[in-house]
Unconditional design. Sequence first.
Length: 186
Amino acid sequence: MSIELRKKQPIDLTKRGLQKIHIGLSWDKTIVNGKPADCDASVFMLGTTNKVPSEQFFVFYNNLVSEDGAVQHMGDNRDGAGEGDDEVIQVDLSKVASQVEQILFTVTIHEAEERGHNFGNVRNAAIRVVNMSNDEEICSFTLTEQFGDADSMMIGRLYRSEREWKFEAMGDAFGGGLEALVGLYT
């Protein structure tokens, strides 16, 4: 039975025996100014300094696998069309490098400024955690706030809490696109 998380609500994944999960990101197809909103999922694997240990720990559409092989981006969806997950990130928690303390899942809108797009245009943006061994959805978080001035979103994160992995729903929005996130975490 899946749990619908609220913003800032964590869930313990280790106690559920999870090793391999997929993080599904979805949104509804939206056309604004004649162009589809192109949301892109990215992953920042952060160390104790809240920075990526090396650029290979930044996973996105141009770097699909992390240096340790623990995180794999399954490809870019450019319009949110269709049912189910639009972009998928697979995570093997047993392979995460010891220097990684948290794994941040972000969504940015490609060419947002040029196209006049923002998260106020994007409907039903959501993240879900799925057990890869049986395809059971463990939890999900649907963004209910509208962010008309934001083109970037920290939507969820995995983090170590002592010897356990937890997932937390976030929903923190801001402007600046992928470039701003790269500046923060690299």
